[in-house]
Design a protein around this ligand. Structure first.
Ligand code: SF4
Length: 143
């Protein structure tokens, strides 16, 4: 995958300096972009989380660039694994963990932005599509 160097600058602003250096060392530059293996990029991204001291320890919401990168990384990981999908029952079970149950007996995850224009997880930005992909998991280990 390729990431614009400008996006790396944006991702770096609230992360340790080593984050940017690790990314640059792990890939190679092609014009104004960094070419890097999606899995390596994702690992470095997770290894250096943004500072999260502004809201009781909660990390700041991902920026649009981060959401786009998360999406690209997830798609690349899924493609590399051969496009495996969860069953409808498995996906439905996961969506209940995120969105809560229709009968209200199981509350929605506090990270689920159900009222957003595009309902999604605040942590990773995933929509109701991500649980279909076998290669994806909850950033808070709930599934
Ligand atoms: S943190 Fe996990 S369980 Fe909660 S909304 Fe995000 S993906 Fe779903």
């Amino acid at each position: 995958m390729r990431i614009p160097l400008s996006a790396i600058e944006e991702f770096s602003f609230n992360r340790p300096p080593a984050y940017k250096q690790e990314l640059l060392n792990a890939g190679h530059r092609v014009a104004n972009e960094l070419e890097i293996e999606a899995a390596i990029c994702a690992t470095i991204h997770v290894h250096f989380p943004p500072d999260g001291s502004s809201d009781g320890g909660r990390p700041p919401d991902p920026s649009l660039s981060e959401l786009a990168l998360n999406f690209l990384t997830a798609t690349a990981r899924w493609a590399k694994a051969g496009f495996p999908l969860r069953t409808e029952a498995e996906t439905s079970q996961i969506l209940t963990i995120c969105r809560g149950s229709a009968d209200g007996l199981q509350p929605a995850c506090p990270e689920w932005l159900g009222d957003a224009l595009i309902p999604r997880c605040r942590r990773c930005g995933c929509t109701a599509l991500k649980p279909w992909l076998v290669t994806e998991k909850c950033p808070m280990q709930k599934w």
